[in-house]
Every structure is written in structure tokens, then in C-alpha cells.
Design a protein around this ligand. Sequence first.
Ligand code: NAD
Length: 369
Amino acid sequence: MNAASARAPCDRADVQAFTYTALPVRVVFATGALGQVGAEVTRLGCSRPFVVAGERQHAEAEALRAQLGAAGMFAEAAMHTPVEVTARAMIALRAAGADCLVALGGGSAIGLAKALALRTDLPQIAVPTTYAGSEATPVLGQTEAGKKATSRDLRVLPEVIVYDVALTLTLPRAMTVTSGLNAIAHAVEALYSPDANPVIGSLAERSIAALAHALPELVADGANLEARGEALLGAWMAGTCLGSVGMGLHHKLCHTLGGTFELPHSETHSVVLPYAMAYNAAAAPVAMAAVARALGTSSGSDAPRGMRALAEALGAPLSLRSLGMPEAGLDRAAELAVAAPYPNPRALDRTALRALLGEAWAGTWTGEH
Ligand code: NAD
């Protein structure tokens, strides 16, 4: 056992004042749980579900529609929830006379169902097939005229989450890796959030450990059902972290890069996370010690390097340049990040962030920021 993994049953240094608001949700987690969605519709007191999905999962959505005898379906969900797609889905939803929403897919399908719930207050059942975690949050990002705005509203929080491990078996290797790192990023930032608390801290540490353990096995064999189960459990815990406490520098940078430069969501998270951790490491030693325990690195100060090593071992993208980020946009990205900062353990300094972004763009790693 290394120094970082040796932990007292209750570390009294961690006992601090906190406020914690639990979110109301029912979670059904099982291989084959898709078969229980009908019973969950009935349990909600509903009988006319409306199925929401993305185009690439049209066939799976069609099968679910038949299984449920659904009132209607819309399988054109798109990344970042554009309001014009939501407007078209609203027309189909109204025509169907539906009384609840069932979202099947990743964050894009779940985001569309949330947008419909915001407009109708219909109850939702989310059936996630990636590790993004949106199903466990009352947060909705919507894009209008090229601008993404995020809001928090309990009406968009799904009432029920049905996690069926079997549905994740088809997640391609690259998406498995980046979506898993996206989930780990939620857990890491939860550990140093101003809203941090023991419940979420425990979930966050377990989440990182579960994903860091499962992802290498899934790179070797995406059909490993046990590893799929461990990763999906880690993703639920990470999503719960994201829904419960505020996020910091890492999420701010990723929202800026995704929103302004249209970089892909989970890939951007994968590149930025070790750099954001390096920026915050000295200001968040307790959080970094927890990450180190979860990753099995020797000390909290090694946690950013451990995260970078994990990303490398998984074959994740390592540079913003490889994702299509223009070098000329780095100054603007640094400015946007400090203009409306999220709460963060270390104050946001434009010059230091510009250096961080330069390194993340090139994909070089010094571990210093
Ligand atoms: P995604 O939902 O866009 O899915 C990516 C692609 O993978 C899609 O084509 C999808 O059909 C396909 N796919 C999904 N699951 C699959 C599976 N099991 N097998 C085969 N193909 C599969 O990607 P995502 O990363 O899950 O979600 C990204 C979106 O979610 C972004 O818009 C992001 O902003 C949003 N998001 C929101 C929150 C929140 O709390 N509001 C949290 C995380 C992500």
C-alpha cells in the first residue's frame, strides 16, 4: 500500500462545516434494466411515453418505442441542444399527446428531453448510454444563435434514471475513453468545490477509482461486462457530483472551448483535465490527496501527473490542436475564462491561464502552472 492510499477510517482534518441538498431521483441499475422502463412509466402514473434519441441510435429508439407502445418518438437530438431542434421536437410531442418523456442515449438525447421537460413540466425517465452524467443533474445547456446558455432548474432533473449496463457495450472505444474522462472531471472538481461535502466527496473518490480501474480494461476489451458495469456505476456517481455541487476552472475552460470554438465535448474534457488539476493542485491539497488515493499515485502533488498518465495510457487525445482548436484563439479563450470565472480554489490569472492553454494546445506536459 503506498502513502496516498493509507487512509484513516475518518480523517478528522476533513471534517468541516458544510451544507448539502440532496436531489430527488429514483435510480434503477442493472444489466437488462431496459426491460423495466415500462414498469417505471406506470409507476410515474403515466401511460403515453414519448421516446427521445439521437439519429445514430434511431434503431434502438425504435425498438424501445415498440416495447413501450409509445405515443411518439423524436430521434434527431443534436449536441448542445439547439433550440430549433427542440422546437421541432415540441411539435411532435404535442401531436403525440404524451404524458412523460423517455430519453435514450448520451448527453445530447438527455439534453433534448430536459429541454422538453422545461417547456412542459412532463416527468422524465433517462436511459443513459454514455458516461456524461447529464441524467443526474438539474442543469440544461441550450444553444441559440450560436451561443450556449446554461440554466439550473429542478424541472429538468429526470425523475427516474434507468442504467442498463448492456446498452453501453456498443459505445465505441474512443468515446468510452473520453466520456469516462469527462465523468472523472466532474468528480475531480466536486472534490475542491466550495459546496464540497462528505457525501459528495465520498462519491467523487469512489467514482474516480471505479472509472480509472474500468477504463483500461475497456480499452483492451469493450465487451467486458463487469468493467462496463464498474464504469457506468462510476459515471452515475460522477453525474451525482456534477448535479450536487458547483464546478470550477476545468468546466469553465471546457464550456468556453466548446461554446466559442465548437470543440467536441468529451474530447475537450479529456485534454484539459490534467492541466486544470496542475493549475489547482497547490491550492487544493485535500482534494488532490483524494484523487491520488483513487488513482493510486504516490501523493496529492502527483495527482495531475497521474491523470495525464491515465489519459496517455488510454490513448485519449492529448492536445487541443488535435481537436481543431485554432492557436490564434488561445488569447480569447484565456480572456473569456477570467471574464466570468466559476468559483475555483486558486484565483484565475489571465497570464497563467494563457500559458496553461498554450501547453494544452500543443499537448506538451511540464506539470507546472
Ligand atoms: P452524445 O450524447 O452527443 O453522444 C455522442 C455520440 O455517441 C452520438 O452520436 C450517440 O448517438 C452515440 N452514442 C451514445 N451512446 C452510444 C452507445 N452506447 N453506443 C453507440 N453509440 C452511442 O455525447 P455525450 O458526451 O454523452 O453528451 C454530450 C452532450 O451532453 C453535450 O451537449 C454536453 O454539453 C451535454 N452534457 C450536459 C450535462 C448537463 O448536466 N447538463 C452533463 C454532461 C454533458
